[in-house]
Design a protein around this ligand. Structure first.
Ligand code: SF4
Length: 325
Protein backbone atom coordinates (compact mmCIF):
# COMPACT_ATOMS: atom_id res chain seq x y z
CA UNK A 1 0.00 0.00 0.00
CA UNK A 2 1.43 3.36 -1.03
CA UNK A 3 0.44 6.23 1.24
CA UNK A 4 0.29 9.58 -0.56
CA UNK A 5 3.50 11.40 0.22
CA UNK A 6 1.66 14.57 1.20
CA UNK A 7 0.68 12.73 4.39
CA UNK A 8 4.32 12.58 5.47
CA UNK A 9 4.90 16.15 4.30
CA UNK A 10 2.01 17.22 6.49
CA UNK A 11 3.38 15.36 9.52
CA UNK A 12 6.82 16.90 9.09
CA UNK A 13 5.49 20.42 8.60
CA UNK A 14 6.86 20.62 5.05
CA UNK A 15 3.40 20.82 3.52
CA UNK A 16 2.67 24.00 5.48
CA UNK A 17 6.01 25.40 4.31
CA UNK A 18 5.15 24.60 0.67
CA UNK A 19 1.79 26.34 1.07
CA UNK A 20 3.55 29.49 2.33
CA UNK A 21 6.03 29.46 -0.52
CA UNK A 22 3.41 28.87 -3.16
CA UNK A 23 1.19 31.70 -1.90
CA UNK A 24 4.18 33.99 -2.39
CA UNK A 25 4.14 33.05 -6.07
CA UNK A 26 0.74 34.65 -6.61
CA UNK A 27 1.63 38.16 -5.47
CA UNK A 28 2.95 39.25 -7.86
CA UNK A 29 1.65 36.25 -9.77
CA UNK A 30 4.17 34.05 -11.50
CA UNK A 31 2.51 30.72 -10.83
CA UNK A 32 2.49 29.82 -14.51
CA UNK A 33 4.74 30.64 -17.48
CA UNK A 34 2.62 33.69 -18.39
CA UNK A 35 4.14 35.40 -15.34
CA UNK A 36 1.58 38.24 -15.52
CA UNK A 37 2.87 39.86 -12.34
CA UNK A 38 -0.60 40.88 -11.15
CA UNK A 39 -1.36 41.17 -7.42
CA UNK A 40 -4.15 38.66 -7.07
CA UNK A 41 -4.81 39.21 -3.36
CA UNK A 42 -5.64 42.83 -4.27
CA UNK A 43 -8.21 41.71 -6.81
CA UNK A 44 -6.04 42.05 -9.91
CA UNK A 45 -6.46 39.32 -12.51
CA UNK A 46 -4.13 38.03 -15.18
CA UNK A 47 -4.54 35.95 -18.31
CA UNK A 48 -6.10 33.00 -16.48
CA UNK A 49 -8.83 35.10 -14.86
CA UNK A 50 -8.03 33.69 -11.41
CA UNK A 51 -8.51 35.81 -8.32
CA UNK A 52 -7.66 35.20 -4.69
CA UNK A 53 -10.21 32.40 -4.21
CA UNK A 54 -10.48 29.14 -6.12
CA UNK A 55 -13.31 29.18 -8.66
CA UNK A 56 -15.02 25.91 -9.49
CA UNK A 57 -17.33 24.99 -12.30
CA UNK A 58 -18.18 21.43 -11.33
CA UNK A 59 -17.28 18.80 -8.77
CA UNK A 60 -18.48 15.20 -9.21
CA UNK A 61 -17.41 11.58 -9.73
CA UNK A 62 -16.33 11.12 -13.35
CA UNK A 63 -16.09 7.88 -15.32
CA UNK A 64 -14.57 9.01 -18.62
CA UNK A 65 -10.87 9.22 -17.78
CA UNK A 66 -8.19 6.65 -18.52
CA UNK A 67 -8.94 3.26 -16.87
CA UNK A 68 -6.49 3.58 -13.94
CA UNK A 69 -7.85 7.03 -13.12
CA UNK A 70 -11.51 6.06 -13.40
CA UNK A 71 -11.28 2.59 -11.84
CA UNK A 72 -14.61 1.14 -10.76
CA UNK A 73 -15.55 3.92 -8.34
CA UNK A 74 -14.87 6.92 -10.57
CA UNK A 75 -12.48 9.81 -10.36
CA UNK A 76 -13.38 12.63 -7.98
CA UNK A 77 -13.16 15.38 -10.53
CA UNK A 78 -13.00 19.09 -9.72
CA UNK A 79 -13.15 21.37 -12.76
CA UNK A 80 -11.58 24.73 -12.03
CA UNK A 81 -12.75 27.84 -13.87
CA UNK A 82 -10.22 29.80 -15.90
CA UNK A 83 -7.08 28.52 -17.58
CA UNK A 84 -3.50 29.57 -18.14
CA UNK A 85 -3.39 28.33 -21.76
CA UNK A 86 -6.68 29.38 -23.44
CA UNK A 87 -6.73 27.21 -26.56
CA UNK A 88 -8.93 28.32 -29.47
CA UNK A 89 -10.49 24.83 -29.62
CA UNK A 90 -11.12 24.29 -25.91
CA UNK A 91 -14.16 22.08 -25.36
CA UNK A 92 -14.56 23.54 -21.85
CA UNK A 93 -14.44 27.15 -23.00
CA UNK A 94 -17.60 28.20 -21.15
CA UNK A 95 -15.76 27.89 -17.86
CA UNK A 96 -12.10 27.80 -18.92
CA UNK A 97 -12.42 31.11 -20.76
CA UNK A 98 -16.01 32.26 -20.31
CA UNK A 99 -15.96 32.79 -16.55
CA UNK A 100 -18.65 30.29 -15.57
CA UNK A 101 -18.26 28.93 -12.05
CA UNK A 102 -18.44 29.86 -8.40
CA UNK A 103 -15.75 31.10 -6.05
CA UNK A 104 -15.23 28.93 -2.98
CA UNK A 105 -13.20 29.31 0.18
CA UNK A 106 -10.45 26.78 0.94
CA UNK A 107 -12.66 25.29 3.64
CA UNK A 108 -15.34 24.46 1.09
CA UNK A 109 -12.78 23.06 -1.33
CA UNK A 110 -11.47 20.79 1.42
CA UNK A 111 -15.02 19.61 2.05
CA UNK A 112 -15.32 18.75 -1.66
CA UNK A 113 -12.24 16.51 -1.34
CA UNK A 114 -13.85 14.74 1.61
CA UNK A 115 -17.26 14.43 -0.05
CA UNK A 116 -15.81 12.87 -3.20
CA UNK A 117 -13.79 10.47 -1.05
CA UNK A 118 -16.98 9.55 0.77
CA UNK A 119 -18.66 8.82 -2.55
CA UNK A 120 -16.13 6.08 -3.24
CA UNK A 121 -13.92 7.89 -5.76
CA UNK A 122 -10.38 6.58 -6.16
CA UNK A 123 -8.66 9.95 -6.32
CA UNK A 124 -9.16 13.69 -6.51
CA UNK A 125 -8.72 14.77 -10.10
CA UNK A 126 -7.80 18.46 -10.26
CA UNK A 127 -8.68 19.65 -13.78
CA UNK A 128 -6.78 22.76 -14.89
CA UNK A 129 -5.49 23.50 -11.38
CA UNK A 130 -2.36 25.59 -12.09
CA UNK A 131 -3.70 29.04 -11.25
CA UNK A 132 -5.26 27.80 -8.00
CA UNK A 133 -2.41 25.75 -6.57
CA UNK A 134 -2.10 27.88 -3.40
CA UNK A 135 -5.78 27.42 -2.59
CA UNK A 136 -5.63 23.71 -3.47
CA UNK A 137 -2.71 23.05 -1.14
CA UNK A 138 -4.45 24.98 1.64
CA UNK A 139 -7.54 22.85 1.14
CA UNK A 140 -5.41 19.71 1.08
CA UNK A 141 -3.96 20.63 4.45
CA UNK A 142 -7.43 21.07 5.93
CA UNK A 143 -8.67 17.81 4.39
CA UNK A 144 -5.68 15.78 5.60
CA UNK A 145 -6.36 16.96 9.14
CA UNK A 146 -9.77 15.31 8.78
CA UNK A 147 -8.44 12.01 7.47
CA UNK A 148 -8.27 12.57 3.71
CA UNK A 149 -5.74 10.22 2.07
CA UNK A 150 -6.64 9.71 -1.61
CA UNK A 151 -4.08 10.19 -4.40
CA UNK A 152 -4.07 13.67 -5.93
CA UNK A 153 -4.20 13.72 -9.74
CA UNK A 154 -2.87 16.90 -11.33
CA UNK A 155 -4.68 17.13 -14.69
CA UNK A 156 -2.94 19.81 -16.69
CA UNK A 157 -2.41 21.30 -20.14
CA UNK A 158 1.28 20.80 -19.46
CA UNK A 159 1.99 24.54 -19.59
CA UNK A 160 3.66 24.73 -16.20
CA UNK A 161 6.55 26.69 -14.77
CA UNK A 162 9.41 24.74 -13.28
CA UNK A 163 9.53 26.76 -10.07
CA UNK A 164 5.88 26.03 -9.31
CA UNK A 165 6.20 22.35 -10.16
CA UNK A 166 9.16 21.96 -7.81
CA UNK A 167 7.01 23.18 -4.94
CA UNK A 168 4.49 20.47 -5.78
CA UNK A 169 6.98 17.66 -5.24
CA UNK A 170 5.49 15.20 -2.79
CA UNK A 171 2.06 16.88 -2.94
CA UNK A 172 0.98 15.39 -6.28
CA UNK A 173 0.75 11.63 -6.71
CA UNK A 174 -0.23 11.35 -10.37
CA UNK A 175 0.51 13.84 -13.11
CA UNK A 176 -1.96 13.57 -16.00
CA UNK A 177 -0.35 15.99 -18.40
CA UNK A 178 -0.93 17.03 -21.98
CA UNK A 179 1.67 17.39 -24.66
CA UNK A 180 -0.41 19.50 -27.02
CA UNK A 181 2.10 20.71 -29.59
CA UNK A 182 5.41 19.81 -31.11
CA UNK A 183 5.96 23.20 -32.73
CA UNK A 184 5.88 26.76 -31.49
CA UNK A 185 4.12 28.01 -34.62
CA UNK A 186 1.07 25.85 -33.85
CA UNK A 187 1.09 26.65 -30.12
CA UNK A 188 1.37 30.38 -30.86
CA UNK A 189 -1.44 30.24 -33.38
CA UNK A 190 -3.93 28.17 -31.43
CA UNK A 191 -3.06 28.76 -27.78
CA UNK A 192 -1.24 32.10 -27.78
CA UNK A 193 1.86 30.48 -26.30
CA UNK A 194 4.85 30.38 -28.65
CA UNK A 195 6.97 28.94 -25.84
CA UNK A 196 4.66 25.99 -25.16
CA UNK A 197 6.85 23.19 -26.61
CA UNK A 198 9.95 24.24 -24.70
CA UNK A 199 8.10 24.91 -21.43
CA UNK A 200 6.05 21.75 -21.78
CA UNK A 201 9.06 19.52 -22.31
CA UNK A 202 10.81 20.92 -19.28
CA UNK A 203 7.63 20.37 -17.25
CA UNK A 204 7.27 16.76 -18.42
CA UNK A 205 10.90 16.07 -17.47
CA UNK A 206 10.24 17.45 -13.99
CA UNK A 207 7.01 15.48 -13.54
CA UNK A 208 8.83 12.31 -14.57
CA UNK A 209 11.64 13.07 -12.15
CA UNK A 210 9.16 13.50 -9.32
CA UNK A 211 6.91 10.49 -9.90
CA UNK A 212 8.40 8.15 -12.51
CA UNK A 213 6.40 5.38 -14.22
CA UNK A 214 2.77 4.69 -13.48
CA UNK A 215 2.21 2.50 -10.44
CA UNK A 216 -1.20 0.96 -9.79
CA UNK A 217 -2.71 -1.20 -7.07
CA UNK A 218 -3.82 -4.79 -7.62
CA UNK A 219 -7.12 -3.52 -9.03
CA UNK A 220 -5.31 -1.43 -11.63
CA UNK A 221 -6.06 1.93 -10.00
CA UNK A 222 -3.35 4.57 -10.26
CA UNK A 223 -1.39 5.36 -7.11
CA UNK A 224 1.55 7.27 -8.46
CA UNK A 225 3.29 8.24 -11.70
CA UNK A 226 3.05 10.20 -14.91
CA UNK A 227 0.56 9.74 -17.74
CA UNK A 228 1.08 11.89 -20.84
CA UNK A 229 -1.93 12.68 -23.02
CA UNK A 230 -1.63 13.58 -26.67
CA UNK A 231 -4.68 14.84 -28.54
CA UNK A 232 -4.30 14.34 -32.28
CA UNK A 233 -5.26 17.48 -34.24
CA UNK A 234 -6.15 17.95 -37.94
CA UNK A 235 -3.23 18.40 -40.37
CA UNK A 236 -0.83 17.29 -37.63
CA UNK A 237 -1.10 20.61 -35.80
CA UNK A 238 -0.23 18.67 -32.62
CA UNK A 239 3.17 17.63 -34.02
CA UNK A 240 2.68 13.98 -33.12
CA UNK A 241 6.03 12.74 -34.39
CA UNK A 242 7.97 15.39 -32.47
CA UNK A 243 6.05 14.61 -29.30
CA UNK A 244 6.59 10.85 -29.61
CA UNK A 245 10.28 11.33 -30.39
CA UNK A 246 10.77 13.51 -27.33
CA UNK A 247 8.96 11.08 -25.05
CA UNK A 248 10.92 8.11 -26.35
CA UNK A 249 14.33 9.74 -26.38
CA UNK A 250 14.14 12.02 -23.35
CA UNK A 251 11.63 10.37 -21.03
CA UNK A 252 11.22 6.60 -21.36
CA UNK A 253 9.55 3.86 -23.39
CA UNK A 254 8.03 2.80 -20.04
CA UNK A 255 6.02 6.00 -19.87
CA UNK A 256 2.22 5.54 -19.84
CA UNK A 257 0.84 7.35 -22.89
CA UNK A 258 -2.76 8.20 -23.68
CA UNK A 259 -3.38 8.83 -27.38
CA UNK A 260 -6.64 10.68 -27.95
CA UNK A 261 -8.89 10.87 -30.99
CA UNK A 262 -11.70 12.93 -29.48
CA UNK A 263 -10.92 16.29 -31.07
CA UNK A 264 -14.08 18.21 -32.02
CA UNK A 265 -14.04 21.80 -33.31
CA UNK A 266 -15.33 24.05 -30.54
CA UNK A 267 -15.26 27.71 -29.63
CA UNK A 268 -12.98 29.71 -31.97
CA UNK A 269 -12.04 26.60 -33.98
CA UNK A 270 -15.51 26.42 -35.51
CA UNK A 271 -15.00 27.49 -39.12
CA UNK A 272 -11.20 27.52 -38.82
CA UNK A 273 -9.60 26.43 -42.14
CA UNK A 274 -7.48 23.81 -40.39
CA UNK A 275 -9.08 23.02 -37.03
CA UNK A 276 -12.67 23.38 -38.20
CA UNK A 277 -13.14 19.63 -38.67
CA UNK A 278 -12.62 16.36 -36.80
CA UNK A 279 -9.56 14.26 -37.57
CA UNK A 280 -9.83 11.58 -40.22
CA UNK A 281 -9.33 7.88 -39.66
CA UNK A 282 -6.13 8.12 -41.74
CA UNK A 283 -4.73 10.91 -39.59
CA UNK A 284 -5.42 8.95 -36.44
CA UNK A 285 -3.98 5.77 -37.92
CA UNK A 286 -0.78 7.63 -38.72
CA UNK A 287 -0.52 8.92 -35.16
CA UNK A 288 -0.98 5.40 -33.81
CA UNK A 289 1.72 4.09 -36.12
CA UNK A 290 4.13 6.78 -34.96
CA UNK A 291 3.71 5.85 -31.29
CA UNK A 292 3.98 2.16 -32.13
CA UNK A 293 7.15 2.78 -34.16
CA UNK A 294 8.72 4.54 -31.18
CA UNK A 295 8.08 1.44 -29.09
CA UNK A 296 5.47 2.59 -26.58
CA UNK A 297 3.68 -0.35 -25.01
CA UNK A 298 2.22 1.22 -21.91
CA UNK A 299 -1.02 3.17 -21.99
CA UNK A 300 -4.27 3.62 -23.89
CA UNK A 301 -5.50 4.48 -27.33
CA UNK A 302 -8.97 5.88 -27.88
CA UNK A 303 -10.79 4.19 -30.69
CA UNK A 304 -11.32 6.47 -33.68
CA UNK A 305 -15.05 6.97 -33.45
CA UNK A 306 -15.75 8.80 -36.70
CA UNK A 307 -17.98 11.76 -37.24
CA UNK A 308 -20.21 12.32 -34.27
CA UNK A 309 -19.02 9.27 -32.34
CA UNK A 310 -18.31 9.27 -28.65
CA UNK A 311 -14.89 9.77 -27.13
CA UNK A 312 -14.61 7.12 -24.45
CA UNK A 313 -11.43 5.13 -23.97
CA UNK A 314 -12.82 2.19 -25.89
CA UNK A 315 -9.54 0.43 -26.46
CA UNK A 316 -6.58 -0.47 -24.31
CA UNK A 317 -4.19 -1.40 -27.06
CA UNK A 318 -1.03 -0.66 -25.15
CA UNK A 319 -0.46 -3.04 -22.29
CA UNK A 320 1.91 -3.73 -19.45
CA UNK A 321 1.10 -1.35 -16.60
CA UNK A 322 3.25 -1.71 -13.57
CA UNK A 323 1.41 -3.15 -10.59
CA UNK A 324 2.35 -3.19 -6.97
CA UNK A 325 0.64 -5.45 -4.51
S1 SF4 B 1 -1.58 31.95 -12.92
FE1 SF4 B 1 -2.87 33.46 -14.00
S2 SF4 B 1 -2.35 35.46 -13.11
FE2 SF4 B 1 -0.75 34.00 -12.52
S3 SF4 B 1 0.87 34.24 -14.03
FE3 SF4 B 1 -0.47 32.57 -14.75
S4 SF4 B 1 -2.01 33.53 -16.09
FE4 SF4 B 1 -1.01 35.17 -14.88
Amino acid sequence: MIVPSYINLHRSGELAHSVEQIYELQSPCRLCPRACGVMRPRGERGACGGGDCAKIFRCSPHFGEEPPITGSGGSGTIFFSGCTLNCDYCQNYTFSQGGAGREVACEELAQMFLTLAGQGCHNINLVTPTHFIPQILSALTLAVERGFDLPLVYNTSGYESLGTLRLLEGCVDVYLADMRYGSSSASARYSGAHDYPEINREAIREMWRQTGPLVTNAAGVALRGLIVRHLVLPQDMAGTREVARFLREEISPDLAVSLMSQYIPCHKAVGDPILGRRITEEEYGEAREIFAAYGFTNGWIQEWSGEGGDSAFLGARMEGNIHCG
